[in-house]
Design a protein around this ligand. Structure first.
Ligand code: ZN
Length: 322
C-alpha cells in the first residue's frame, strides 16, 4: 500500500466520486442554473456516441441531470479540468505529484510518470498551478499587530536580455510578504523596484497596525512610515537579526525565497515571463500548506483540488516551453 494506491488514482468512477466529495461538500451545484442542493438525477450507464476507436462508445462517468433546468453536467464543468482530455484519475495523480514535490516537478518528468505527451503534461501542470493560485486578499497580513516580513529578490533573465550581466534590470523581480503569525506568504512580480510598483502591493496586503520587517533598503524607509512599527536589519553590515530586539529580522521570508530559487533553478530552468506568476503560485501554495502549518501531502492535494472550482484558464493557448 502507498498513498498512490487510493482507488481514485486508478478508477475513473471513483475519481469522480472523490472530486464530487470535495467540490460539492456543501451540496450539488448545477453549473447551468446555479441551483444548490436542488433535484439532481444520476445518469448512470450513459455512453458517448460510437466512434471508430470505441464502436460502443465510452461510459460517461459522473453524468448528472438538473431537475430544475433539465440540463446535463458533471463535476468537471466550470473547473480547470473541464476541457482536458486526460482521464480524471490521471489528473488527480498529477495534482498529488505537484502538491507533494517540494521543489516542483518538471513537465518532462510528469509526462514520463503519467505516460502522456509532453505538451499534455505541460498544459495540465499549468491548469493545476492556476488552481493553486489564491485570489483571497480578504484579510490583510499583520492584522492585530503581528509581524510581517517583506523582501525582494531577482532571478532568471528576461527575454531579449541574455547578454546583460551586472545589475538587476535584466532579471525578474519578485516581492514576497510573510505573515509570521499565520506562517503564510504572498508573492508578487514587479518590473522595477520603484515606489510606484512596490508601495501599492505593501499597502494593499498589510494592515496598518502591523510591525513591518525589512532590510535597510531606502525604498522601505518611506513605506515603513505607514505602519505601526518598522524594524530593519543592516544586511550590508551582515547584521541579520537586531541585537536589541531579536524579533526584528527577515529570515523567514529569505527562507521562503531560498526554496523558490532552488526549485526554479533545478526544475523550471526556462520560465517564460508570462508564466512566472503561476510558478510563484505553485511555490506559495506549497509553502502555505506545508507540514509546519499542519498539512500533509494528502491534505495539500485536497486543498489544491478545492481550488479548481471556478478557475478556468481564460487566456488564449500559450505556446509551450520548458
Ligand atoms: Zn440547473
Amino acid at each position: 500500500m502507498s498513498v498512490l494506491s487510493s482507488p481514485y488514482f486508478h478508477d475513473e468512477a471513483k475519481a469522480f466520486e472523490h472530486l464530487e466529495s470535495i467540490v460539492w461538500a456543501g451540496g450539488v451545484v448545477c453549473p447551468h442554473c446555479g441551483v444548490v442542493g436542488g433535484r439532481v438525477y444520476d445518469l448512470s450507464g450513459v455512453r458517448s456516441k460510437p466512434s471508430k476507436k470505441n464502436p460502443e462508445g465510452v461510459v460517461r462517468h459522473g453524468l448528472k441531470k438538473c431537475g430544475e433546468c433539465r440540463k446535463q453536467f458533471t463535476v468537471k464543468v466550470g473547473t480547470v479540468f473541464e476541457h482536458a482530455r486526460m482521464p480524471l484519475h490521471k489528473m488527480l495523480q498529477a495534482v498529488h505529484l505537484i502538491a507533494s514535490s517540494k521543489k516542483g516537478i518538471s513537465a518532462h518528468q510528469l509526462a514520463r510518470v503519467l505516460e502522456v505527451q509532453y505538451k499534455t503534461a505541460w498544459f495540465l501542470a499549468h491548469r493545476i498551478r492556476e488552481a493553486m493560485r489564491s485570489g483571497d486578499l480578504a484579510t490583510p497580513f499583520g492584522n492585530g499587530g503581528g509581524a510581517v516580513e517583506v523582501d525582494e529578490t531577482y532571478f532568471g533573465v528576461k527575454s531579449g536580455r541574455r547578454g546583460a550581466k551586472a545589475g538587476t534590470a535584466h532579471k525578474f523581480g519578485v516581492l514576497a510578504l510573510v505573515d509570521r503569525d499565520s506562517g503564510t506568504m504572498r508573492s508578487f512580480t514587479f518590473d522595477k523596484f520603484r515606489a510606484e510598483q512596490i508601495h501599492p502591493i505593501v499597502l494593499n496586503n498589510i494592515a496598518r497596525e502591523a510591525r513591518l520587517m525589512t532590510d535597510e533598503a531606502k525604498m522601505y524607509k518611506k513605506i515603513g512610515r505607514d505602519f505601526a512599527e518598522h524594524g530593519t536589519t543592516l544586511h550590508g553590515a551582515r547584521q541579520y537579526v537586531d541585537y536589541q530586539d531579536r524579533t526584528i529580522h527577515t529570515n523567514t521570508v529569505e527562507g521562503a525565497f531560498s526554496i523558490f530559487k532552488r526549485g526554479m533553478k533545478g526544475v523550471y530552468q526556462h520560465c517564460g515571463e508570462q508564466h512566472l506568476h503561476r510558478y510563484l503560485a505553485e511555490f506559495e501554495f506549497r509553502y502555505n500548506t506545508r507540514e509546519a502549518n499542519g498539512i500533509d501531502d494528502r491534505g495539500r492535494a485536497i486543498e489544491a483540488v478545492r481550488g479548481i472550482v471556478g478557475k478556468r484558464l481564460t487566456y488564449a493557448r500559450p505556446h509551450v516551453e520548458g
